[in-house]
Design a protein around this ligand. Structure first.
Ligand SMILES: Cc1ncc(C[n+]2csc(CCOP(=O)(O)OP(=O)(O)O)c2C)c(N)n1
Ligand SMILES: CC(=O)[C@@H](O)[C@H](O)COP(=O)(O)O
Ligand SMILES: [Mg+2]
Length: 662
């Protein structure tokens, strides 16, 4: 095989040292040039390495991560940024005895490589392979399972309390990004940690980025800590400086003592954290192993809560990721030599269609505003933020605040569109219930990534939204069968005078043509796609095409099925559903959602309340379990969300065997 040249200039700051997997793997499958990484059987082995060897190890890890993510996809930029930090943490602390808690957990690849998962690393995020997030089930080194942001400090406090109650003395180390630090939970936990005064070392990984550039007052504060030379001076340094200019210096010192609080704000770095009861150490260069190890050792020797402020560069060492950290935050497979991703088909994603429809509607109605919780690209709001900067709000990783803020705007006559992934909206449950629905406010929830999301796995699948939204009075819930229906539903939601949620999946739509002027759908009206007297298949959202294809296959077996696209999960089209259920006597519901409390359960409740309990009903959906990571199609096959499975369940229910007449 001819060697594929790699453009070295893409590997920044590391010159020609890239000589192992990235360079050769594609060309000489199986050959691995010997390196230090292979010799690491546990994090304890780091103790035997010199600083130079650790630097070499960092280079090997960088290559391994770039190579694997280029094949499997994953959170490249965040992981490249914390390689040296992770090495230093494992050098100073003793995992699994000491507890390293990775906030969000999307940056744990180096940790996984160092903790006995190097051999499985090629299975990263694949069905049956290792997870892209920390999983205590996977390794004793994964102290706490994560995936959602801003949980690490709370979990760390919990462990520190347990440790002290048990009379043990391990160290607890939450590692949290500047993005995750914008989440309310992080503030609640900081506040409590300062009060408890327990030994706890928080590592703040500050790269000035959330997925997009980080926002808010806290981000500005971190920026000052990083860049303002006054903030770099330690308290001692300033005291010494003043003593050198007697007699004024001593006088100033005396005054300073009196005016301690106000002056301290000007000169002491990390004052905010110090006021909260932390010892602040830093800022420290997060790519300098020597300084990192030194500072972490210092932190270890301090009693009480400590915050170590580490400055890193997202995407460090791989130019395409450094230059476009947003794109390389979470990336699909790509070509290492130029950072280009495999071109997808030209079908618009649901996210793109939502973004485009929002722009069209916003042009007609200046009361429409859009809100994201740190996911402006993920939710398709980037173009809106450019065209309507005054009507766009990125609140940081603060879903709860996003929802209540939307309620406030709605109260004052605005039409807020809150675009949040299904899994992250779970955070804002009370805000949806208490602040939006109780006051029947017209907030539109654009619920992206609903259903199976694939490789991110159980922390990210959006499988619970029907169940958590359905019981809330005043809430209307729609699920789009395709991207054109999403447009109609969005328009419907904008016209509705109450809270309205629209659910749609991750990835490309079906490829249907889009109406120029999408029609508004009457609230609570389902769509009957075909009529057949043997059975009724009622589908929610993206399962509609599956039901329709199953009905086509059944027709070739002379089974006549009615297919209903429910459109509304709440309110159900009771008249339509009851009519066809009574006509056929048999019904199967299908949904990409958990069965408990889901769409099928809603139909079951309807039949029960309508004294139609004798109608035979079966539900297809996700059983009572957390769904693992893996390609969505594999997961759909596993959980019976396929045409074949729906056909066979139907035949079973009707007592028909394939190839036989009824
Ligand atoms: C509750 C919640 N909301 C949103 C997300 C999506 N998300 C994942 S990582 C991330 C940015 C995190 O930024 P930071 O903590 O600074 O880590 P970095 O990627 O910069 O290393 C966001 C918004 C999430 N995981 N959890
Ligand atoms: C770690 C995290 O929560 C996000 O980065 C998430 O992985 C994004 O998912 P999408 O790729 O679906 O936008
Ligand atoms: Mg960050």
């Amino acid at each position: 095989m001819t060697p594929v040249p790699i453009r070295r200039d893409f590997f920044t700051g590391y010159g020609c040292v890239f000589k192992t997997r990235c360079m050769y793997k594609e060309v000489m499958e199986g050959e691995i040039v010997a390196g230090i990484l292979q010799t690491i059987t546990s994090p304890r082995d780091l103790g035997n390495l010199s600083l130079r060897e650790m630097e070499q190890l960092a280079r090997e890890i960088r290559e391994e991560i770039i190579y694997t993510v280029s094949k499997n996809g994953g959170h490249l930029a965040s992981n490249l940024g914390v390689i040296e930090l992770t090495l230093a943490l494992h050098r100073v602390f003793s995992s699994p005895r000491d507890k390293l808690i990775w906030d969000v957990g999307h940056q744990c690849y180096t940790h996984k490589l160092l903790t006995q998962r190097r051999d499985q690393f090629h299975t990263l995020r694949q069905f049956g392979g290792i997870s892209g997030f920390p999983r205590p089930q996977e390794s004793e080194h994964d102290a706490f399972g994560t995936g959602h942001a801003s949980t690490s400090i709370s979990a760390g406090i919990g462990m520190a309390i347990a440790r002290d109650l048990d009379g043990e003395d391990y160290t607890v180390v939450p590692i949290i990004g500047d993005g995750a630090m914008t989440g309310g939970m992080a503030f609640e936990a900081l506040n409590h940690a300062g009060h408890l005064k327990k030994n706890l070392i928080i590592v703040l990984n500050d790269n000035e980025m959330s997925i997009s550039p980080n926002i808010g007052g806290l981000a500005c504060y971190f920026n000052r800590l990083r860049t303002d030379p006054m903030y770099y001076r330690s308290r001692d340094e300033i005291e010494q400086l003043l003593r050198k200019i007697p007699p004024i210096g001593n006088t100033i010192l005396k005054v300073m003592d009196r005016l301690k609080d106000s002056l301290k704000y000007l000169v002491v770095p990390g004052m905010l954290f110090e006021e909260l009861g932390f010892i602040y150490l830093g800022p420290v260069d997060g790519h300098d192993l020597k300084s990192l190890i030194y500072t972490l050792k210092q932190a270890k020797s301090v009693k009480g809560p400590v915050l170590v402020h580490v400055i890193t560069r997202k995407g460090k060492g791989y130019r395409p990721a450094e230059e476009d950290a947003d794109k390389f935050h979470g990336i699909t497979s790509f070509n290492v030599s130029d950072g280009k991703t495999t071109p997808s088909n030209n079908i618009l994603t649901y996210t793109e269609v939502l973004g485009k429809t929002l722009l069209e509607e916003a042009a007609k109605n200046n009361k429409i505003v859009a809100i994201t919780a740190a996911m402006s690209s993920g939710t398709g709001l980037k173009e809106f933020s450019v065209q309507y900067p005054d009507r766009f709000f990125d609140v940081g990783i603060a879903e709860q605040h996003a929802v209540t803020m939307a309620a406030g705007m709605a109260r004052r006559g605005y039409k807020p569109v809150v675009a949040i992934y299904s899994t992250f909206l779970q955070r804002a449950y009370d805000q949806i219930l208490h602040d939006v629905c109780l006051q029947n406010l017209p907030v539109v929830f654009a619920i992206d990534r609903a259903g199976l999301v694939g490789d991110d796995g159980p922390t990210h699948h959006g499988l619970f939204d029907y169940a958590y939204l359905r019981p809330i009075p005043n809430m209307t819930i729609m699920a789009a069968k395709d991207e054109d229906e999403l447009r109609s539903m969005f328009k419907t939601a904008l016209q509705h005078q109450g809270p309205c949620a629209i659910r749609y999946p991750r990835g490309a739509g079906i490829g249907v043509p889009l109406h120029k002027e999408p029609p508004v759908i009457p609230i609570g009206k389902a769509e009957v796609l075909r009529e057949g007297q043997d059975i009724v298949l009622i589908a929610a959202g993206n399962c509609t095409y599956l039901a329709e294809r199953a009905a086509q296959n059944l027709a070739s077996l002379e089974v006549r099925a009615t297919v209903i696209n429910a459109r509304f999960i709440k309110p159900l089209d009771a008249e339509c559903i009851l009519h066809y259920c009574t006509w056929t006597g048999k019904v199967i519901t299908v949904e990409e959602h958990v069965l408990g409390g889901g769409f099928g359960s809603a139909v079951l409740e309807l039949l029960n309340e309508s004294n139609a309990g004798s109608i035979k009903l079966e539900r297809i959906g996700i059983p009572d379990c957390f769904v693992e990571h893996g390609h969505s199609e594999k997961l759909r096959t596993k959980y019976g969300l396929t045409v074949d499975y729906l056909v066979s369940r139907t035949l079973n229910m009707l007592g028909v065997r394939k190839g036989r007449s009824k």
